[in-house]
Design a protein around this ligand. Structure first.
Ligand SMILES: Nc1ncnc2c1ncn2[C@@H]1O[C@H](COP(=O)(O)OP(=O)(O)OP(=O)(O)O)[C@@H](O)[C@H]1O
Ligand SMILES: [Mg+2]
Length: 234
C-alpha cells in the first residue's frame, strides 16, 4: 500500500447502518492486520465519545487500542483539504463516517476525495428511492468532476430480514439489486440481527464477524485484493 486509502460510509438516508458498518468494518480490517483510523464527521453521534465509553467499560489498561477515532468537522473546507492531504501521507486505511444530510458543507469535497464510497441501504419503500437518488447524486458528481474524482461505489444491502416482504416486493428488491449493480459493486446482504444492534470501537462483538463476513470479504477483495499489503500482523 503506497498511499492511504480513503473509504467513506455514506447515504443520504438516515438509519441505514452507516455508523454501525463503519465501525464493524474498521474492526474487520484491524483483524486483517491493516493500519486503520476512523474519522467521525457526524456531529450528532460522536464516535469519539463512544470510544471513551468503550474504554471505560472494557478497562483502558487491559485493551489494546486497535485504531484511533478522530472527530472531524466538515464545516471548514480548507481544513478538510489539509486533513485529507495529511491522511494521504500516512499509509493507512482511513474510514469516514458521514452524516446523512447531503446539504452538509464539505461532504461533496469528502466524496470527491474518497477512493471508495460504501453505501448501506435496506429494502423498504422510502430507503430504495432515497438510495437511488444518492447513487444518482454520486454519478452526477463524478460526471462534473471528471478524472479528479475516482471514487467507486460499493452498495451494501443491510438490515435484511428474509421474513419481511410479499413475493412481489421480494422480486422487486432482487431487481433493485441488479439495477444498483450497474453503478457499483453490490455485496451479499447483511442480515437484520440483534447482534448488530450494538457495536464496540475496540473489537467486534459476538456474532458480528459471521453476520458481516461475506459482505466484508467481498469489499476487502475489491479494495485490497490487487494491492501488496504490509500488515500489522507481520
Ligand atoms: N444489520 C443490522 N441488524 C440489526 N440492526 C442494525 C443493523 N445495522 C444497523 N442496525 C441498527 O439500525 C439503527 C441505525 O443504524 P446506524 O445508526 O448505524 O445508521 P446510520 O446510517 O449511521 O444512521 P444516521 O443516519 O442516524 O447516522 C441502529 O439502531 C443500529 O443498531
Ligand atoms: Mg450514523
Amino acid at each position: 500500500m503506497d498511499e492511504s486509502i480513503i473509504i467513506t460510509f455514506a447515504n443520504q438516508k438516515g438509519g441505514v447502518g452507516k455508523t454501525t458498518l463503519c465501525v464493524t468494518f474498521a474492526n474487520f480490517l484491524v483483524k486483517k492486520g491493516l493500519p486503520v483510523i476512523v474519522v467521525d464527521c457526524d456531529s450528532q453521534e460522536s464516535l469519539a465519545q463512544r470510544r471513551e465509553s468503550d474504554l471505560k467499560r472494557y478497562g483502558s489498561e487491559e485493551v489494546e487500542i486497535p485504531y484511533e477515532v478522530l472527530p472531524f468537522s466538515l464545516n471548514k473546507e480548507e481544513a478538510l483539504f489539509n486533513f485529507i492531504g495529511n491522511i494521504r501521507k500516512t499509509r493507512c486505511v482511513a474510514i469516514f463516517d458521514s452524516p446523512g444530510n447531503l446539504k452538509q458543507q464539505g461532504l461533496v469535497t469528502l466524496f470527491a476525495n474518497s477512493d471508495y464510497i460504501i453505501c448501506p441501504y435496506h429494502y423498504d419503500r422510502t430507503t430504495i428511492p432515497s438510495t437511488a437518488t444518492f447513487i444518482a447524486f454520486i454519478q452526477n458528481l463524478k460526471k462534473a468532476m471528471g478524472r479528479k474524482m475516482t471514487a467507486e461505489l460499493i452498495l451494501v444491502p443491510n438490515r435484511h430480514d428474509a421474513r419481511v416482504g410479499t413475493k412481489t416486493e421480494r422480486e422487486l428488491w432482487d431487481e433493485t439489486g441488479k439495477t444498483f449493480s450497474r453503478y457499483g459493486l453490490v455485496t451479499p446482504r447483511i442480515s437484520m440481527k440483534a447482534d448488530m444492534e450494538r457495536f464496540c470501537t475496540l473489537s467486534d462483538l459476538d456474532g458480528q464477524l459471521e453476520i458481516t463476513q461475506e459482505a466484508y470479504d467481498l469489499i476487502y477483495n475489491k479494495i485490497f485484493g490487487h494491492l501488496e499489503i504490509e500488515t500489522n500482523n507481520g
